[in-house]
Design a protein around this ligand. Sequence first.
Ligand code: ADP
Length: 176
Amino acid sequence: MIDLCPRSRYYEAMIRALFPGSFDPPTNGHINIVRRAAGIFDAVSIVIAVNPHKHYTFSAEERYGMMQELVTDMDNVDVHLWDRLIVEFADREDAKVMIRGVRALDDFEYEFELSMLNKGLNPRVETILMPTDPQYFVLRSSAIKELARLGGDISTMVPPPVVTAIERKLKQEARA
Ligand code: ADP
């Protein structure tokens, strides 16, 4: 007799996605995207951008350390630092999917353009845009840092280790 619903022969196909960004610092919005992507793909590699021409609040090592700590409960997620084009990382690692999160229309425009640019650089990598979950809609690393500088409560916006790291950074800045 014919089995009408056999498991697809692709049942165990592996797909690994990259999630690149500055993560300066990681927010609950970023972690939400990581968690959701990790639930869809077999593996997710977070790729932290290191651009010597860009000013970051947190050093590459600090961003890496924070991100590592935030994903320890996710078995299929790892973290990398990368100082070249993300599409080169994708090629080296043979990853074919790149996730980017989108909040609002201006994010979409930027991400859409970036995906076109990356497609031109490396047509083997597909960008997948993942809309934010509603509660993270307003979370943006730069705004969170600004809010913290003004004494605002950021504890619902970033995970506890990031709250501590931002407070430490503000104290360092105040001493400098
Ligand atoms: P960039 O790579 O442009 O420096 P970030 O490090 O801030 O950006 O963010 C990395 C990715 O996460 C980007 O695709 C960005 O749109 C997305 N992202 C940032 N904040 C949120 C959020 N609150 N919800 C969903 N996606 C987000």
